[in-house]
Design a protein around this ligand. Structure first.
Ligand code: LHQ
Length: 271
């Protein structure tokens, strides 16, 4: 029987707190996207959203690559002379995937274990905390084959790296090392290859004990800041902070601070 193109493992940290490990699993093709893989990936994020004990998602790739973007052999094989409708692919699974990831109320930690190319690079950039192995690289490979960045790449790259670097990366389609990606602010950190997974797991474990509603509000507000005016953002911060001030986690955080002890935050609840 063929192996599943996406593996999901649930790592339980406490009875009411776990994280989901989502592994792209077509290592022989550097985890390039095919229909069943993207279907399973969308389903994996849906499941993480539904699981009220899930406090983080760890996304990584099996084998030596993270993800090489759309499987180009699938595209070509499907063409019977009629060009493919890439817009339909984006409408059908690509855009919903990025929207799901950004709407997920828990952090997504991406462990980029090897090359991240094309839509695979932008899948990584759409995560909340991106760790990359020193040997990994990011390639906005699209222009090499007559395409432009998708999966939010033009939005994410411009905001993360600035427009000069976004233009260079997209127009030249050259590999960017993990160290450079960190230096340019595209990712959180590049780490030694053999430390990648342990660092990613440690972050997810930490999120399992973190105040859930605060993390969800941080994720939401930082995303909103990309397009909000300062006035809109101030209003949003007021509203979200008002809600957070009423949570048991805030009360516990303050008690713990005053008592000079570590805080013990509650479960994810309905958020
Ligand atoms: C692949 C692929 C691949 C098939 C490696 N397809 N087989 C469009 C439509 C809709 C929505 C989403 O977004 C998009 C936009 C896109 O994502 S378009 C695709 C953009 N991606 C690329 O153009 C990357 C193509 N791949 C490469 O340039 C290289 O493979 C990289 C630089 C990623 C890695 O190079 P190497 O380390 O030298 O590995 P390799 O090239 O030998 O690849 C290993 C195998 O994986 C090989 O198969 P084989 O059977 O010969 O061992 C490749 O053919 C296969 N592979 N990427 N995208």
């Amino acid at each position: 029987m063929e192996e599943s193109p996406v593996l999901v493992e649930i790592c339980e940290v406490a009875p009411d707190a776990n994280y989901h490990i989502v592994t792209l699993n077509r290592p022989q093709k550097l985890n390039a996207f095919i229909g069943p893989l993207v279907g399973a990936l969308n389903a994996a994020f849906d499941a993480a959203g539904r699981d009220k004990t899930c406090r983080a998602v760890l996304l990584t790739g099996a084998g030596r690559g993270f993800c090489a973007g759309q499987d180009l052999s699938e595209r070509l094989a499907a063409a019977d002379g009629t060009p493919p409708d890439l817009g339909a692919s984006l409408e059908g699974w690509g855009n919903p995937l990025i929207r799901r990831m950004r709407a997920l109320p828990v952090p997504i930690v991406c462990a980029v274990n090897g090359v991240a190319a094309g839509a695979g690079a932008n899948l990584a950039l759409a995560c909340d905390i991106v760790l990359a192995a020193r040997s990994a690289s990011f390639i906005q490979a699209f222009a090499r084959i007559g395409l432009m960045p998708d999966l939010g790449g033009t939005f994410l790259l411009t905001r993360l790296a600035g427009s000069a670097r976004a233009r260079g990366l997209a127009l030249l389609a050259e590999p960017l090392s993990a160290a450079h990606a960190e230096e340019w602010g595209l990712i959180w950190k590049s780490v030694e290859d053999d430390a990648l997974m342990s660092e990613a797991h440690a972050l997810c474990q930490r999120f399992c004990a973190a105040p859930h509603a605060a993390l969800a509000a941080i994720k939401r507000s930082i995303d909103a800041a990309a397009t909000n005016s300062l006035d809109q953002q101030l209003d949003l911060e007021r509203d979200l902070q008002r809600g957070l001030g009423r949570t048991p986690d805030f009360a516990e955080g303050v008690r713990a601070f005053l008592g000079k002890r570590p805080a013990v935050f509650g479960p994810r609840g309905g958020g």
